[in-house]
Write a new protein. Structure first.
Lengths: 338, 296
């Protein structure tokens, strides 16, 4: 009997709000499932979340596995893992995708360990392809593609023998498809069974901070790297962003150095952005960073090092000191007005 | 109540500081040319464990899996305050992915035995996967608290932990034993203590004896050196796969479901670009052009 080749997506929802990354993954899963001739199944867990099934179906799902239970009202590792592991063991999906969010990164390894499946974190691309090893050909595997080693190399990982082939993907990496309100799918209710040990962790308090910056939605981003030099000097970046009506971004190095908080980080381990204009100031351009911004429509790079890799993807190259160049930009913009 | 703490740590290449010298001609990374460091968030995990010991009593054991060179990391852990360190090292571990690694660590933690709290860094900077902590917890059948930022209370067998995310927080109550993965904002790791550096200045693993014998010709045999170090409590134990009773099929490449199909070095595609001189006039001209094209 031929292997069933279903593609599963874990739907992350909080208080009835589906995470964007889950919808992006449904679009990708649809593409993969069509290529594999399998179904897209969505795992929808929570309490009072049945209404979300429709939206999940419109985004490409054939079958919603709905676990609606009071113990699943707020995300907790153990009960969520219990339901997912039971389902995976029973139905043997071919591929299982989760968002690389704090929730997905907490849940995915727990499931992978329990079912002994291979798991690749933070993929930036997923494809179907063959793999040959020791004379054996494995057809139609999931290529899990991700930068590694601080973003200096790109690795393609496969799980030839184990199922499901598991991967997490960051928000903003896969394009979000348009919902199709004519699309029909099946909703199957799951009756989860918990034991005492599944419920031993209690959530006492939970708070979600509103994002203080909206990098994803910004059409102009001014980003600073190590070349900015200090937390104090980051005010130049902030000022330019403010003048141009944009948001402030940063490289991982600048965040690690404490110049600015992590929510401003653009790149493989930060946010992926596609603004109209990206101004990279004092950013050398490690792959880690470029992976998150190279789809920007126009890129201006300012760097003192003429060999900085960022210049290779920049549309406008400015070899020079950002401490001079940025004030000139601010002055010009202010003088000419808008 | 005193708590036995185990801290899982990893020696990693300093990926944040990759220079041109660390790149080979074919564009791949030359690991040997990179400095090896204590994974940053593992230091936060160690610090959290040391604070538990200071407040409640108990013992801090630091465990790492790695090549013989990882002994450097364990000496550093001793200098910073660990009571006991163990190196898990065997060729059979080579090529382990996160699943095989967590299996080996689980076996070693079981051999250590009787532990109340296990601490790991949230993730290591070479792979950034954040998978080993939760996988060790699952294999031990323990609850996990990832993204742990602070211990709010620890009483008898109950712990309250504050978790910190980029956009939010959560406080959870959990029964011991459990595993915590610790974020970088948790604390300021203490530096090595000069006194402890003196106390453990000879600390070494058996894997380093060959090198040490060349340095200290007064010891004629490995046995003599071993005896000397053991008497002074300077011998760092090395556990192999047989010491931890691991199943060989679950280790190394054979025990790793993920396989690397290929590694590509990054080839940048040149973008059609325009050089702008760093002069006030050229910058003004650039901004005017961008405004004209409706980009600004």
């Amino acid at each position: 009997m031929a292997e069933i080749r279903d593609v599963w997506v874990f739907i992350e929802q909080e208080e009835g709000e589906i995470a964007t990354v889950s919808l992006e993954l449904l679009s990708k899963a649809r593409e993969l499932a069509d290529e594999l001739d399998g179904r897209v199944c969505a795992l929808l867990f929570g309490h009072g979340v049945a209404d979300l099934s429709e939206k999940v179906i419109h985004h490409g799902t054939d079958l919603v596995l709905l676990a609606d239970h009071p113990e699943l009202a707020v995300y907790r590792t153990l009960p969520y893992a219990r339901v997912a592991v039971d389902l995976v063991q029973e139905q043997q999906p071919y591929i299982f995708l989760l968002g690389a969010t704090p929730m997905g990164r907490d849940l995915a390894p727990r499931i992978a360990s329990a079912v002994r499946a291979g798991l690749t974190a933070d993929c930036t691309a997923l494809q179907i392809g063959d793999f040959e090893r020791k004379g054996k050909v494995y057809a139609d595997l999931l290529y899990q593609i991700r930068p590694a080693f601080g973003g200096n190399i790109i690795a393609t990982i496969v799980n030839p023998e184990t199922r499901p082939q598991m991967a997490t993907v960051r928000e903003g990496v896969m394009p979000l498809g348009e919902p199709d309100s004519a699309r029909r799918g099946e909703v199957r209710r799951i009756e989860p069974q918990f034991d005492e040990r599944d419920l031993m962790v209690q959530v006492l308090e939970r708070a979600t901070l509103p994002p203080s910056c909206n990098l994803k939605g910004a059409s102009i981003i001014v980003a600073g790297g190590m070349g900015v030099g200090s937390e104090e000097n980051f005010r130049l970046i902030r000022e330019l962003a403010q003048v141009l009506g944009g948001e402030v971004g940063a490289s991982r190095a600048a965040v690690d150095a404490g110049f600015i908080s992590q929510e401003h980080q653009v790149g493989q381990t930060g946010v992926t952005v596609r603004p109209r204009l990206y101004i990279a100031c004092g950013i050398s351009g490690a792959v880690q960073h470029r992976a998150g911004m190279d789809q920007s429509s126009k890129i201006i790079a300012i760097n003192t090092d003429p060999d900085a890799p960022i210049f290779q993807i920049a549309h406008y190259k400015i070899v020079g000191d950002l401490n001079k160049v940025i004030p000139w930009m601010i002055r010009t913009y202010r003088e000419n007005g808008k | 109540m005193a708590y036995n703490c185990v801290v899982l740590v990893k020696q990693v290449p300093d990926t944040a500081n990759i220079s041109d010298k660390a790149m080979k001609d074919d564009g791949t990374v030359n690991r040997a040319a990179l400095p090896a460091i204590f994974n940053p968030e593992d230091l936060n995990a160690l610090e959290m464990a040391l604070q538990v010991k200071e407040q409640h009593g108990g013992r801090v054991t630091v465990l790492t899996m790695g090549p013989p060179r990882a002994a450097e990391l364990l000496r550093e852990a001793l200098y910073r305050g660990a009571d006991r360190v163990i190196l898990l090292s065997d060729r059979k571990f080579a090529g382990s992915d996160t699943l095989a690694t967590s299996y080996a660590l689980k076996c070693a933690v079981e051999r250590i035995g009787d532990c109340d709290l296990i601490f790991c860094g949230r993730q290591a900077i070479d792979g950034d996967t954040a998978q080993v902590g939760p996988q060790v917890a699952e294999k031990l059948g323990l609850p996990q608290v990832t993204y742990a930022e602070s211990i709010q209370s620890l009483q008898d067998d109950e712990i309250i932990v504050r978790r910190a995310f980029p956009l939010g927080m959560e406080t959870v109550k959990c029964t011991l034993p459990c595993l915590l993965t610790v974020v970088g904002s948790a604390n300021q790791p203490r530096p090595s203590s000069a006194r402890r550096m003196l106390t453990y200045k000879l600390a070494a693993t058996t894997l380093e004896y060959q090198t040490l014998l060349k340095k200290w010709p007064e010891f004629e045999t490995e046995e003599a050196l071993d005896c000397y170090l053991a008497e002074r409590e300077q011998r760092i134990p090395v556990w192999t796969f047989t010491d931890i009773g691991a199943d060989e099929d679950k280790l190394g490449l054979a025990g790793s479901p993920t396989k690397v199909l290929k590694i590509d070095s990054i080839v940048l595609e040149m973008t059609e670009s325009r050089e702008v001189q760093a002069t006030s006039e050229d910058i003004s001209a650039l901004l005017r052009d961008l405004a004209q094209d409706y980009i600004l």
